[in-house]
Design a protein around this ligand. Structure first.
Ligand code: PLP
Length: 397
């Protein structure tokens, strides 16, 4: 069988066996609806509440502040759209950044169509938001600030505590998209001082299709999905019971293994970078190496097309991405690398590698061998192409 190496843990993660085992009984024997009053319904309800406690513990919240959703995307939409619309009388200005996930950016664009003004903050060349810039951008009309905790493309970890403090001082609510954070950075919502925070199960070795929104006690946020009385009457729809139970287990494991996970992935990532630097000339790391997601490497291989390299690596059984998973099928340059000021031809030669719990040193060695071979192949073609003027459309291959 062809060798398979998965290096796209920021796109999604495999469900861990312990997570799957926790979920299985709830598909069959324990299938009761948590809203039903008879025994198997109440057993489901109890399992649901145990999962809520585990997700709450992961981020230092109280279980009553956790509301399960269908995804990180739904949590982001709920937080941003409902917070802005319900406070429109006070002001119609919100602040976010140029490097957010599309779940956030497209929610903001929706709000712009509804008459809201949105400020998209610039970052520095490493992808960090300057707290002083946020301070200058706040006005009396600003009701909400939303800044992501960990960037999904370049892995930069923002100074959320400082940013949230500045927003709160001016009376604005603070939301953070923390989907990439659990298991990779410690999260304590009280220490961070955030009002709203989004997470998702499938980025932490849980199942797809389940997320959660933390709503700090005392913060009023209208419902986004309307119907039955589930989730303390805040989010309607029969709960994704198996998904939520898997989320709870994944949260428990993430919290338990946090330090070991960070240490192991940081070492593996650094080894990977070292091997690339030793073997491939003309590369550049995008983002900061200091405050970065432990498993993330975003690299520009100069003079080649990232898509072409991605496809050659795929033939070798290696899964990586160009920018974020959502934009990898399009040729528009990554909005994140654009915001960092990376020149457009360099953006086209960029790949994102994310290592995770099942990545081995051997996987890295194999990947570096394949990178050396494929980068050389593409650079040879590309120099030929340049000579013959085939590069006019910017398509090297
Ligand atoms: C994956 C991701 C999302 C979307 O979460 P889903 O559960 O896939 O909808 C939002 N924000 C960030 C930063 C992500 O990485």
């Amino acid at each position: 069988m062809k060798r398979q190496v998965y290096l796209d843990y920021s796109a999604t993660t495999p469900v861990k066996d312990e997570v799957l085992q926790a979920m299985l009984p709830y598909f069959t024997q324990n299938f009761g609806n948590p809203s039903s009053l008879y025994t198997i319904g109440q057993e489901s309800k109890q399992a649901l509440e145990e999962a809520r406690e585990l997700v709450a513990a992961l981020i230092g919240a109280s279980p009553r502040e956790i509301f399960f959703t269908s995804s990180g995307t739904e949590a982001d939409n709920w937080a941003v759209i409902e917070a802005a619309e319900s406070r429109a009388k006070k002001g119609r200005h919100i602040i976010t950044t140029k490097i957010e996930h599309h779940a956030l950016l497209h929610s903001c664009e929706y709000l712009e169509k509804r008459g809201f003004a949105v400020t998209y903050l610039d970052t520095d060349g490493e992808g960090f938001v300057d707290p002083a810039l946020l301070e200058r951008s706040l006005t009396d009309e600003t009701t909400l600030v939303s800044i992501m905790f960990v960037n999904n493309e370049i892995g930069t970890i923002q100074p959320i505590e400082a940013l949230a403090r500045i927003a709160k001082e001016r009376g604005a609510l603070f939301h953070t998209d923390a989907v990439q954070a659990p298991g990779n950075v410690p999260i304590d919502v009280r220490a961070l001082g955030v009002d709203l925070l989004s997470v998702s199960a499938h980025k932490i070795y849980g199942p797809k299709g389940v997320g959660a929104l933390y709503i700090r006690k005392g913060v009023s946020l209208p419902n986004h999905i309307h119907g039955g009385g589930q989730e303390n009457k805040k989010r309607a729809g029969t709960e994704n019971l198996t998904g939520i139970i898997g989320f709870g287990k994944a949260a428990e494991l993430s919290a338990r293994d946090l330090d070991a996970h960070i240490e192991r992935l940081t070492k593996l990532r650094n080894y990977f970078l070292e091997r690339i630097r030793e073997n491939i000339p003309d590369i550049r790391v995008n983002g900061s190496l200091a405050r970065r997601l432990p498993g993330n490497l975003n690299i520009t291989f100069q003079y080649i097309e990232g898509e072409a390299l991605l496809l050659l690596l795929d033939l070798d059984g290696i899964a990586v991405s160009t920018g974020s998973a959502c934009s990898s099928a399009s040729l528009t340059p990554s909005h994140v690398l654009t915001a960092l000021g990376v020149p457009v031809e360099m953006i086209h030669g960029s790949l994102r590698f994310t290592v995770g719990d099942f990545t081995t040193k051997d996987d890295i060695d194999y990947t570096v061998d394949c990178l050396v071979k494929n980068v050389e192949k593409l650079r040879n073609i590309s120099s030929v192409s340049k000579e013959k003027g085939w590069l006019k459309n910017g398509n090297a291959v």
